[in-house]
Design a protein around this ligand. Structure first.
Ligand code: DSN
Length: 421
């Protein structure tokens, strides 16, 4: 069956249209728990599918290398001003294509090849671009990595300070992709000032929580804020770099012409829409509900005997260590997928297994909260996860099918933003 929502696409390319329709149904019927995924609104999706994508705009508003920018300049300026107002910063660049290019631009602005840079190790919850060895950032720079404590699962800021004093990195990244706890931007700020490093807060995962007042803001504590726009912020696939005026020129030069060509204007427009959505009271409620749901889900999982890294969560994300359940993370993730619950396998700190088949799974509440699920639903979610993980270990496909049907029932009562009803 093709999707009647996409008439032109259905006519021009029915095979592709059918695949889009299948993906729409998958996203509608499943419980999406990947903490970096969400549902963008219909308005965001519309903006990112406009004729703005037909236009080249290398440069910045008022300083372009192509003519015909009458509308594009206004759109980019709108996005910039909305980002500055929402995050309380003096400068915003809305052009990075996504999070990794945004972080690369930061290195280009503040470091030279071979310099020492510091970030959280990937298996501890950091990101590839925070200086991890297989990434260009770990090959072109000397990456020094901090982690979390084995006993608490939390970052030890005394250890970070000692490491920074010893290694004197040019750039320090804080934030990550599998951190269930609040990032202490003020403490990182003190360390960076003491050691003379440029401090970057990578808030890709928590940008929506920061915007909605459900996580402390890094503004005023760090030199640069880097974020994607599509996770908790619920925008299109894009990114922002933000700073005070003093770093504006260095960052802008690094993004263009340093690293990128023409910005994706349709994405810029969709970012502007998402930033407007995120500045309203409904989004504040959403951000707080994401955290309340994650806490309730963590409690319900702990009550079922699950081992959570750091013992719980302060934000949108929960990292489950399945070592005690005797089910590898990948086996569990695949079984959950068959049960209609979409997660990703993930390393846990000090993992004894390999990254491609680690001991953990990573889950989060941004997408389910966008569908209007509340704390009252989290016991059922924990119960489904419990039954599916148990079934993964025993090969009980009947239970997985039963959970899938229960999940689909609840999802049918909670339509997702942006999807056809
Ligand atoms: N891929 C993102 C995530 O899932 O966290 C980080 O880049």
């Amino acid at each position: 069956m093709t999707a009647p929502q996409h008439p032109a696409l259905t006519l021009a390319d029915p095979e592709l249209a059918a695949l889009v329709g299948a993906e729409e149904r998958l996203q509608a019927e499943t419980l999406r728990l990947i903490p970096s995924e969400n549902y963008a609104s219909a308005a965001v999706l519309e903006a990112s599918g406009t004729v703005l994508q037909n236009k080249y705009s290398e440069g910045y508003p008022g300083r372009r290398y192509y003519e015909g920018q009458q509308n594009i300049d206004l759109i980019e300026t709108l996005a910039v001003e909305r980002a500055k107002a929402l995050f309380g910063v003096g400068h915003a660049n809305v052009q990075p294509y996504s999070g990794s290019p945004a972080n690369l631009a930061v290195y280009l602005a503040f470091a030279e090849p071979g310099d020492t840079v510091m970030g959280m190790a990937l298996p501890m919850g950091g990101h590839l671009t925070h200086g991890w060895g297989v990434s260009a950032t770990g090959r072109w720079f000397r990456g020094v990595q901090y982690g979390v404590r084995r006993d608490t699962g939390r970052v030890d800021l005394d250890e970070v300070r000692d490491l920074a004093l010893r290694e004197r990195p040019k750039v320090i990244f804080c934030g990550g992709t599998a951190l269930p706890r609040t990032v202490d931007f003020a403490a990182f700020g003190e360390i960076a000032r003491e050691t003379g490093a440029v401090l970057v807060a990578d808030i890709a995962h928590i940008a929506g929580l920061v915007a909605g007042g459900a996580h402390p803001s890094p503004a005023g504590h760090v030199d640069v804020i880097s974020t994607t726009t599509h996770k908790t912020l619920r925008g299109p696939r894009g990114a922002l770099l933000m700073s005070g005026e003093e770093h504006a020129r260095a960052l802008d030069k690094a993004v263009f012409p340093g690293l990128q060509g023409g910005p994706h204007n349709q994405t810029t427009a969709a970012i502007a829409v998402a930033l407007r959505e995120a500045s309203g009271p409904a989004f504040r409620d959403y951000a707080h509900a994401v955290v309340a749901n994650a806490r309730a889900l963590a409690e319900a999982l702990l009550a079922r005997g699950f081992d959570l890294v750091s013992g719980g969560t302060d934000n949108h994300l929960i990292l489950i260590d399945l070592t005690g359940r005797d089910v590898p993370g990948k086996t569990a993730a695949k079984a959950l997928d068959r049960a209609g619950i979409v997660v990703n396998h993930n390393t846990v700190p000090y993992d004894s297994r390999k990254p491609f088949d680690p001991s953990g799974i990573r889950i989060g509440t941004p997408a389910l909260t966008s569908r209007g699920l509340g704390t009252e639903h989290m016991a059922a979610v924990a119960d489904w996860i419990d039954r599916a993980v148990e079934a993964a270990g025993t090969g009980d496909e009947k239970t997985l099918a039963a959970v899938r049907a229960e999940v689909a029932d609840l999802m049918s009562l909670h339509p997702a933003p942006g999807l056809p009803v």
